[in-house]
Design a protein around this ligand. Structure first.
Ligand code: PEP
Length: 248
């Protein structure tokens, strides 16, 4: 059975306890729109407070370290975010790859740790503008995905989600065309089937991310092979975020 559309908010480095009222409003709205799975990845500091109150939305983390514990000042392990109430973790976001020099191998090690801690993983992949202009977007994204995924993933259909996020579309107001999204998602789907087998490879949801807003969500979410959206800026208020969820 196909999983429900998945709408995930990435709050990035936004949000103090004053934002809990927005999370509550998102949770209340999600209770009225159960045909969509709504999730939020707030900063680490808000995972537990949101988890404690939320009745419907799933709470996740925006990253985790690949080791279980140790001398890693400022880092947080997968089991720690799970202990705080996270059910999933976003990995390989382009801001982590760019700002923290995360390689595919690092992202893969983090994914292994996350799955071992019982978390679901949203694996982000995407090309830069230069790569797209060079005509290498499809090959680049597939190579990135293959190198970032663990060798074997139990219950991959349920526990793995892929987010295609063109780097040039994140936070810029630009979005990929429906034709480009459809082409990329079809290629990602084919790769998932090759790597995970027919059954699991077809179940994994592939999200689109990059300047999704209530105004463009309907068109993006009805594009073939788009199983939901990863939303940054527009997830910061319940009105705009749930406007996107309603379009699914
Ligand atoms: C993101 O951070 O994953 C993202 C898609 O951001 P925005 O929606 O702001 O482009």
């Amino acid at each position: 059975m196909p999983l429900r559309p998945y709408i995930v908010g990435n709050w990035k480095m936004h949000g103090t306890r004053a934002m809990l009222s927005e999370a509550r409003a998102i949770d209340r709205a999600a209770q009225r729109h159960m045909k969509v799975e709504v999730a939020l990845a707030p900063p680490y500091t808000l995972i537990h407070p949101i988890h404690r109150e939320a009745e419907q939305i799933m709470v996740g983390a925006q990253d985790c370290h690949h080791e279980e514990g140790g001398a890693h000042t400022g880092d947080i392990s997968a089991s720690m975010v799970a202990d705080a109430g996270a059910k999933f973790v976003i990995l390989g976001h382009s801001e982590r790859r760019q700002n923290h020099g995360e390689s595919d191998a690092t992202v893969r090690a983090k994914a292994e740790a996350a799955f071992a801690a019982g978390l679901r993983v949203i694996m982000c992949v995407g090309e830069t503008e230069d790569i797209r202009e060079d005509g290498r977007a499809l090959d680049h994204v597939k190579a990135q995905l293959k190198a970032s995924l663990p060798e074997s993933i139990e219950d991959a259909g349920e526990r793995l989600t892929v987010a295609y996020e063109p780097v040039w579309a994140i936070g810029t107001g630009k979005t990929a065309t429906p034709a480009d999204i459809a082409e990329m998602h079809a290629d990602i789907r084919a790769l998932l089937v090759e790597l995970l087998g027919e059954e699991h490879g077809r179940e994994v949801r592939i999200l689109y991310g990059g300047s999704v807003k209530p105004e463009n969500a309907g068109e993006i979410l009805s594009t073939p092979e788009v199983g939901g959206a990863l939303v940054g800026g527009a997830s910061l208020t319940a009105d705009s975020f749930m406007g996107i969820a309603l379009a699914a």
